[in-house]
Design a protein around this ligand. Structure first.
Ligand SMILES: *[C@@H]1O[C@H](CO)[C@@H](O)[C@H](O)[C@H]1NC(C)=O
Ligand SMILES: *[C@@H]1O[C@H](CO)[C@@H](O)[C@H](O)[C@H]1NC(C)=O
Ligand SMILES: *[C@@H]1O[C@H](CO)[C@@H](O)[C@H](O)[C@H]1NC(C)=O
Ligand SMILES: *[C@@H]1O[C@H](CO)[C@@H](O)[C@H](O)[C@H]1NC(C)=O
Ligand SMILES: *[C@@H]1O[C@H](CO)[C@@H](O)[C@H](O)[C@H]1NC(C)=O
Ligand SMILES: *[C@@H]1O[C@H](CO)[C@@H](O)[C@H](O)[C@H]1NC(C)=O
Length: 538
């Protein structure tokens, strides 16, 4: 289960009261091989999440600036104003710095909001600082990570000043951009709008975007973030636009790459993300956050969160590829990451996460029974979560049905925000085939918020156009505005279910789409002109 509060550490040195910032699960994921303990002098990078102040005020502020009914709607804060609200108390800063200095930790950098410290130190020093920790190397193919499989502890007097220490035990999660060509039904071509897979033109037709629906103002901006060691190539983007970019004004260059871009082969995921954000958000300045060439003990997702708190000028919209099972993360970690999303929402940033690739998910609980498995950050109430759909007929621009792998459900950590209650209540009381209530927590944040096509995309990668690429990443500060008045500008998806536990009770079926909000496709897929009217200036 979730470790809500710190528990007493067993590995602490005698006489030193300590608490363990313990992960819920420390299992090394399949596919990673242990390659021994690192040398004492091996450099590691640790991220200290310092206890913030003002988080309750921040939550109220986010609600006010995100709610179209509020007089404060759209009155976003600057990064410096966010800092004034959340920065740790002088006592917290003093205590943590004194502790680090006491162990000789000196190579540390902070962020504008002063609530993170990123430090570089030798493994042996980190092991003395955090009793219990032991740094080992893990390898998977070409990739190599340094992590501590053992729980760590910190002195009791630090407990009230630290949320967690990052760079210790979380492994990167895989995300699959897969070809599902084998699962296709027989082609049923028809004359009307026959197509051989999703391209920018197909998306624009389906979501009612004309050639003139492109970014018009120089201050429009967007970004995608990648946390695998993946690169995109400008040459692929240019070729993609040459093949698929006619009929709408667009750019062929990414304006800024934050982080390192490696030189190896392009990744399918990275190519997909960049090509589709720039052809749907066409003629809009685009940044890519890239983590290639990262430090072995870095957690790329954490590094991205730190960047958000350290850059005052950022794109307005961020599409992010990352997800983990809620039950594999500690409560303290998720709460803190959720607060980071609140900080972003207060600044007017919209953060979109894919809802996941495993339907409702499945996990065995202590009793031996199954339960669905929510995914984080998809389950955070401060991000907009996007589910996936497919065309009912894969060769026609017709109705969409659910993509059976599309993630969705209810958080076990974050309570349901007020703006969801009515729509979710209607779903729960009217759905005809609900799974038993022991499989999900109907008091939690319900996701996704909306959906988009996630199947059969054309992607150019390493100069080669590839068809049939799938993955739910293909797809307003906090999602509140989207729920206002019942998902205006979204077209509901009525047909299909997503997958879940393969057991006798639910037989592989999670939730099913309904004619209003549902936990597979949210409010449905965009109808651009109506969405624009609903979210635009009022
Ligand atoms: C944050 O930005 C400042 C100024 O650019 C820089 O000196 C500092 O190292 C950055 N912090 C981190 C953690 O990278
Ligand atoms: C959107 O597209 C549909 C079908 O192509 C069409 O019926 C509708 O009039 C279009 N416009 C709006 C604003 O919905
Ligand atoms: C593209 O965006 C720029 C501002 O960034 C604008 O000046 C230009 O008119 C736009 N192009 C089209 C075809 O709308
Ligand atoms: C974007 O630019 C327009 C025109 O220059 C301006 O009216 C608007 O306030 C700007 N929006 C933001 C969010 O900076
Ligand atoms: C496990 O599931 C069975 C069948 O759904 C149910 O009868 C039983 O009470 C469950 N056990 C627990 C401990 O929840
Ligand atoms: C259900 O979700 C709530 C948050 O809404 C949480 O407090 C509670 O612990 C969850 N229950 C279970 C069994 O996980």
């Amino acid at each position: 289960g979730q470790t809500g509060s710190p528990v007493l550490g067993l590995g602490a040195p005698a006489g030193l009261a300590a608490f363990v910032v313990s992960p819920a699960s420390r299992l090394v994921p399949p596919g990673w091989a242990h390659a021994g303990r690192v040398d004492p002098g091996h450099p590691v990078q640790l991220t200290f999440a310092l206890r913030q102040r003002g988080t309750a005020r921040l939550a109220r502020l986010v609600e006010a600036v995100s709610d179209p009914q509020s007089p404060q709607y759209g009155q976003y804060l600057s990064l410096e104003q966010v800092r004034d609200l959340v920065q740790p108390s002088p006592a917290t800063l003093m205590t943590v710095l004194k502790w680090l200095q006491g162990y000789g930790v000196e190579d540390c950098r902070t962020v504008t909001t002063l609530d993170f410290l990123e430090c570089h130190l030798p493994a042996s020093m980190a092991e003395r600082l955090l009793p219990g920790a032991e740094f080992h190397r893990y390898v998977q193919g070409q990739r190599s990570l340094v992590r501590s499989p053992q729980p760590y502890s910190v002195p009791a007097e630090l407990a009230e000043h630290l949320d967690f220490v990052g760079g210790m035990y979380r492994f990167p999660t895989e995300r699959k951009a897969v070809s599902r060509a084998g699962a296709r039904k027989d082609p049923q071509p028809a004359r009307a709008s026959f197509h051989l897979g999703v391209t920018p033109a197909v998306l624009r037709q389906r979501y009612n975007m004309t050639g003139g629906d492109v970014g018009l103002l120089p201050n429009n901006s967007q970004a995608c973030a990648q946390f695998l060691e993946q690169y995109f190539h400008q040459a692929d983007l240019a070729e993609f636009m040459q093949l698929f970019g006619s009929g709408f004004a667009h750019r062929t260059q990414v304006d800024r790459v934050v982080g390192h871009q490696g030189h190896g082969k392009a990744g399918l995921e990275a190519s997909l993300d960049v090509e589709y954000i720039m052809s749907t958000g066409a003629n809009v300045s685009t940044w890519v956050f890239s983590n290639a060439g990262r430090h072995e003990s870095q957690e790329p997702f954490l590094a991205w969160l730190l960047l958000l708190s350290n850059m005052s000028a950022l794109p307005w919209v961020h599409s992010v590829s990352y997800g983990d099972d809620e039950d594999s993360l500690s409560y303290a970690y998720m709460e803190r990451v959720n607060t980071e999303f609140m900080k972003a929402a207060a600044r007017g940033l919209t953060i979109l996460f894919a809802s996941g690739d495993e339907g409702a998910g499945c996990r065995r609980v202590h009793s031996g029974n199954h339960t669905f498995r929510p995914s984080f950050p998809a389950s955070s109430p401060y991000v907009t979560t996007v589910g996936g759909t497919s065309f009912k007929n894969p060769f026609l621009v017709t109705e969409e049905v659910t993509d059976y792998i599309s993630g969705g459900g209810f958080s076990n950590v974050f309570p349901m925000p007020k703006y969801q209650a009515a729509a979710v209540g209607r779903f729960l009381s009217s759905a005809s085939k609900l799974p038993p209530s022991s499989y999900y927590n109907s008091s939690g944040r319900a996701y996704p918020d909306l959906a988009a096509l996630s199947d059969n995309y054309w992607v150019v990668t390493n100069r080669i156009p590839l068809p049939w690429v799938s993955g739910t990443s293909v797809r307003t500060s906090s999602p509140a505005a989207l729920w206002d008045g019942g998902g205006p500008g979204l077209r509901v998806v009525i047909q299909g279910c997503h997958l879940s536990c393969l057991d006798g009770t639910v037989q592989g079926q999670g939730f099913c789409a309904t004619p209003a909000w549902d936990p597979v496709t949210g409010w449905g897929t965009p109808n651009f002109p109506r969405l624009l009217r609903a979210l635009g200036p009022r």
